[in-house]
Design a protein around this ligand. Structure first.
Ligand SMILES: O=C1C[C@@](O)(C(=O)O)C[C@@H](O)[C@@H]1O
Length: 238
């Protein structure tokens, strides 16, 4: 059974923590103790991206809803290999995770990654990132439309918010669908990480221990605020 899909079906917002391959056994233990909702496995941040190593790290998160991300450099990630190698890795991990995250801009492998996800009952998160700005609303709409047309189960839009207008545009696109994760990155965007889940954004991303990125709050703080503002957060008991 796909536990992430079941969690999405409850309608409650989820808090993800992103992990690389440093001390995974301890990280998984910490994540369990903290009751993290979703483990995002950032394979592109791994020191070793060999298939056997990657599968061992994924295995360490057994029992968690897992989301595998192999972010391209074009969208702020650290993947060094070719697209073919990335596709092979997606194919190897898809049977062992609840979801994969692939960029809409990764056109060369997008259809195959989504097909692989489907084959293994994993959800396809089709993502878009802009680390410079928040594009105009029509562009954000077109991105969401294109991601759905490609076969996204979930559309993720993550852009740097520099002003209240940027946040409003992100909010506008969020309100137009029920299949979205929307994040305003940067200092101004931090509010979106707590506010947007109340408006339907399915996952908010956090960290445990490591240095914050892009305006994220850490897991304990996010969890505390989610409990304060979202009556349905954390009600489901495992
Ligand atoms: O794309 C996203 C969003 C993110 O960049 C953030 O700013 O929260 C964190 C990433 O790990 C994740 O894949």
């Amino acid at each position: 059974m796909n536990t992430l899909r079941a969690l999405f079906d409850t309608g409650a917002p989820l808090v993800a923590v992103s992990f690389d391959d440093r001390d995974v056994a301890r990280a998984a233990e910490e994540a369990g103790a903290a009751r993290v909702d979703v483990a995002e496995i950032r394979v592109d941040r791994f020191a070793d991206t060999g298939t056997a190593h990657v599968l061992r790290q994924v295995e360490a998160f057994k029992g968690f809803p897992t989301l595998a991300t192999i972010r391209s450099r074009a969208e702020g990630g650290f993947w060094q290999g070719s697209d073919e190698e990335r596709l092979d890795l997606f194919r190897a991990v898809a049977p062992h995770v609840d979801a994969v995250d692939v960029e809409l801009s990764s056109r060369a492998i997008l259809d195959d990654v989504i097909a692989t996800a489907r084959e293994h009952d994993a959800l396809a998160v089709v993502s878009f990132h802009d680390f410079d700005r928040t594009p105009p609303l029509d562009d954000l709409r077109a991105t969401a439309r294109d991601a759905r047309a490609a076969g996204a189960d979930v559309v993720k839009i993550s852009t740097v918010a520099r002003s209240r207008d940027d946040l409003k545009r992100l909010c506008a696109v969020l309100l137009e669908g029920d299949d979205l994760i929307v994040i305003g990155m940067g200092e101004v965007g931090t509010a979106s990480r707590i506010l947007f889940p109340a408006l339907g954004s399915k996952i908010t991303y956090t960290f445990l221990g490591a240095a914050p990125t892009s305006g994220q709050l850490d897991f304990p703080e996010t969890s505390r605020l989610m409990r304060l503002f979202h009556p349905d957060y954390g009600r489901r008991e495992s």
